[in-house]
Each structure stands twice: as structure tokens, then as C-alpha cells.
Design a protein around this ligand. Structure first.
Ligand code: PMP
Length: 306
């Protein structure tokens, strides 16, 4: 039996009981907008903290506009439903929450209009996304779609075929993750993460012009870097060669948290270990998401002792 809980068609249930019709439009055509939200377990406090849930639902609602999905719930209501779902799951470990706003009609035909919409929310136990402390990356042969193909700024399920091509190519070739370039050949992002490089004690990350998802972890890391450690983040076009000569690099993402990159295309960054700037940001971030820091309380939703 799968561990996990789901909200489907207005009801809460064990994930094993949550089933959709084979003709569901979103299953056939990828017409859905999803999110990933982390719940991080603090063993000492016996508490589970959801990280920046509100911002995830705001992004889901924005993406839904593109797909003409209208939901009968406000952001506040979605947050309340998610807290209820997680409580029902009685989780005492790190979890991952997957809301999916989708075209729920059982109808064939490629379109976005004249279809019913719904939302499901799934919560399952999920530990770390990458096993190693520093990961091996390659530059992917797959490019990110640009804004006039499918806007990569929204988490549309169909878009993730691009991400899956990148990830499988990288892993089949012995790497942990791929780094995709944008249509113009500038650095974009990983299959499920934003990328930062560190050069001369400055953080540099691609801007929204490089076909990236504007990550919520990316935003948190920019703020932490500046407000806690005084590092500025430059957002600009990044050339591929800058990856190879960076002092340090790391990924950010809801699933991946802050993941140090040890090498890119077999070229070690620094000495291949976690760099000092990355280490500081990573340690701070992990403390924060587990409710061990007092700064940014607005980013945490405690489940069991609100
Ligand atoms: N880029 C892509 C393609 C992603 O799928 C994700 C994960 N949501 C990210 C970046 C990181 O975004 P966030 O920090 O909001 O999870």
C-alpha cells in the first residue's frame, strides 16, 4: 500500500483510493498546472513545517490563468485544505505535497476551452531528492522552451516532458542532473531546479529572460544570501563557459532544497567539494525550513501545534 493522503473531487482519502477516469483530459493531453510544496519534519519539536505554501498556491493560480482553469477556491481556502490533508495523513517525516489543478472532463479533443476544471492535492512521505552531498551535472542537449512555445514560467504538466528528456539523458549518461540552456544558448536551469553560480563571492543566477521557472526557493535564497550574509545576487544572462569556471554552483528547488554541484561536464568546481558560500547558505536554509530559526516566520506553516 502506498503511504499518503489525497484530496480528490472534494473528499479526503488514502492515496490508494484516489482514482481518476482513464479519459480525464489532463491525463490524455497534459492539461494541468501543478505545484510542489515541502513539509519538513522537526524531530525535537515533533512538528511538521510547510514551507512558503501561500506562494506556491499563488503561482498555481497564475498558471491556471494561462490554461483557462478556474478553481472554486481562494488561496486561503487551498492553504486550509492542505493543512487538513496533512493532518489527516498524520505524517511524522519529511513530506512532499503535490497540488494539481487540471482539466477534469472525460472528453477527447485538443483544447483548453469548454472543459471542466478541478483540483487534487496529494501528500506523500519524501526524503532527499539527490543522494550525494555534491552532484555531477552535464549541460543537456535539450533546450528549455521559450515563452512563445509554452511559457516555462508556469508549472504546466505537459511542459515537463522537456524536463524529463533532460533528466533521463543526464542519468543515462552517468550524471545526476542536466542543466538546460535557453533557446538563445544562455544558461537556463536544471530539470527541476534553478541554478546559482558563485564567482568572487557574488551570486549569479539566470533572470526570467532565460526561460526559467521563477522558483520560490530561488527567491528565498536570494533574500537569505543578502539579508543574513551580505551577498548580492546578480540576475543576468549566463554563458555556458561561466559554468565551467565558476568557484561554486548549486541548485535550488522545493524538492532539491539547496544542492551543491560538484562538477559540470566532468570539470570539478573549486576542489569538487561543497564551497564555503554554498555551505553557509545551505546550512542556514536547512535550519530555517525545519523551524530551527526565528527569522522569516511568515514562510512556515506548522501543522500540529499552530
Ligand atoms: N525549475 C523547475 C523547472 C522546477 O520544476 C522547479 C521546481 N518547482 C524549480 C525550478 C524550482 O522552483 P521552486 O523553488 O519554486 O520549487
Amino acid at each position: 500500500m502506498l503511504a499518503g493522503y489525497a484530496f480528490l473531487e472534494g473528499k479526503y482519502m488514502p492515496v490508494d483510493e484516489a482514482k481518476v477516469n482513464v479519459m480525464t483530459h489532463a491525463l490524455q493531453y497534459g492539461t494541468g498546472i501543478f505545484e510542489g510544496i515541502r513539509g519538513n519534519w522537526n524531530e525535537e519539536k515533533k512538528e511538521l513545517y510547510l514551507f512558503r505554501m501561500r506562494e506556491h498556491y499563488e503561482r498555481l493560480i497564475n498558471g491556471s490563468k494561462l490554461l483557462k482553469i478556474s478553481l472554486p477556491y481562494t488561496v486561503d481556502e487551498l492553504c486550509k485544505m492542505t493543512v487538513e490533508l496533512v493532518k489527516q495523513g498524520k505524517f511524522k517525516e519529511d513530506i512532499y505535497i503535490r497540488p494539481l489543478a487540471y482539466k477534469s472532463s472525460t472528453a477527447f479533443g485538443v483544447r483548453l476551452h469548454n472543459l471542466q476544471d478541478d483540483i487534487m492535492i496529494i501528500a506523500v512521505p519524501w526524503g532527499s531528492y539527490f543522494d550525494a552531498e555534491t552532484i555531477k551535472c552535464c549541460v543537456s542537449s535539450w533546450r528549455r522552451p521559450d515563452n512563445n512555445v509554452i511559457p516555462p514560467q508556469v508549472k504546466a504538466t505537459g511542459v515537463y516532458l522537456n524536463n524529463a528528456l533532460c533528466k533521463t539523458e543526464a542519468q543515462n549518461n552517468g550524471f545526476d542532473e542536466g542543466i538546460m540552456l535557453a533557446a538563445d544558448g544562455k544558461v537556463s536551469e536544471g530539470s527541476g531546479e534553478n541554478i546559482f553560480i558563485v564567482k568572487n563571492n557574488k551570486l549569479i543566477t539566470p533572470s526570467g529572460a532565460s526561460s526559467i521557472l521563477l522558483g520560490i526557493t530561488r527567491d528565498a535564497v536570494k533574500r537569505i544570501a543578502k539579508e543574513q550574509f551580505g551577498y548580492d545576487t546578480e540576475e543576468r544572462l549566463i554563458d555556458r563557459y561561466e559554468l565551467y569556471v565558476a568557484d561554486e554552483a548549486f541548485f535550488t528547488g522545493t524538492a532539491a532544497h539547496v544542492t551543491p554541484i560538484g562538477s559540470i561536464d566532468h570539470r570539478p568546481l573549486g576542489n569538487g567539494d561543497v564551497g564555503p558560500v554554498t555551505q553557509k547558505i545551505k546550512d542556514y536554509y536547512f535550519g530555517l525550513i525545519k523551524g530551527k530559526r526565528s527569522e522569516y516566520p511568515q514562510w512556515l506553516t506548522p501543522i500540529y501545534h499552530p
